[in-house]
Design a protein around this ligand. Structure first.
Ligand SMILES: C[S@@+](CC[C@H](N)C(=O)[O-])C[C@H]1O[C@@H](n2cnc3c(N)ncnc32)[C@H](O)[C@@H]1O
Length: 222
């Protein structure tokens, strides 16, 4: 499947940095994922719940969920190069989050982690409506996305300073921030309206909380 990303696309720059950062963080990112799924309340789902991981990247979260005992996890990722790194190729489809190739009502849970802020604003309502469509009524949407906290602003200012030259890791993180800026900045500006926007797509809000760097949200398909 060919997915058009428009001209001036920085996806490959972002992907190369992300792949290195992801490899460096492999162990600690598993611990972060475990803590995130606990904060979201996903850990208390039945282990045979049907879960869709939207924007699955290289399958990092899939590994966390599988190690936590979940058995029915599917992933969706639009970059074939990242999908190729997924630990179970039979469980990942290459597609856009704005056009999810799963049947209506086929999932009990959808998790979208660090993905929505990559979408051009115009695609967000479409993605929300697609996540709602694939969920059964009462199904749960778990969201973990960047928040524009003071802590994030300080970290970003440090990354944008000459300090970022000290290691390959910080150079990669900086390259990622620069490559995703076009969608991240508008996301952070609009963040306070996000829960209402998700609710308007057919969800009730269980919670939407701001932590150090991220928002954690749980929504129920109505
Ligand atoms: C920061 S990574 C997060 C990966 C994974 N969710 C995790 O937390 O480890 C963001 C992922 O979203 C994917 N992505 C961005 N826009 C997308 C879209 N429109 N459709 C599908 N995937 C998308 C990117 O390719 C990337 O793999």
């Amino acid at each position: 499947m060919t997915i058009s990303r428009g001209s001036g696309d920085k996806t490959h720059v972002w992907r190369e940095s992300y792949s290195r950062v992801s490899k460096d963080l492999l162990r600690s990112s598993q611990a972060t994922n475990r803590s995130r799924i606990k904060t979201l309340g996903l850990h208390s789902l039945r282990h045979d719940a049907r879960i869709l991981d939207v924007g699955a990247g290289d399958g990092n979260l899939f590994t966390t969920l599988r190690n936590a005992g979940f058995r029915q996890i599917w992933g969706l990722e639009y970059q074939a190069e990242l999908a190729a790194l997924h630990p179970d190729r039979s469980r990942i489809v290459i597609a856009s989050a704005a056009d999810i190739p799963f049947a209506s009502g086929s999932m009990e849970a959808v998790i979208v982690m660090d993905v929505l802020h990559h979408l051009p604003g115009a695609q967000l309502p479409r993605c929300i409506s697609e996540m709602r469509r694939v969920l059964e009524p009462g199904g749960v949407l778990f969201v973990c996305e960047p928040a524009g906290t003071l802590f994030r602003k300080i970290l970003t200012a440090m990354l944008m300073s000459p300090l970022s030259r000290i290691s390959r890791f910080s150079r990669d993180k900086r390259a990622m921030v620069e490559a995703e800026r076009e969608t991240l900045d508008p996301w952070l500006e609009a963040e306070r309206g996000i829960p209402a926007q998700i609710a308007a797509g057919g969800f009730s809000i269980d919670f939407f909380e701001r932590c150090w760097l991220h928002h954690y949200g749980r929504f129920r398909a109505v």
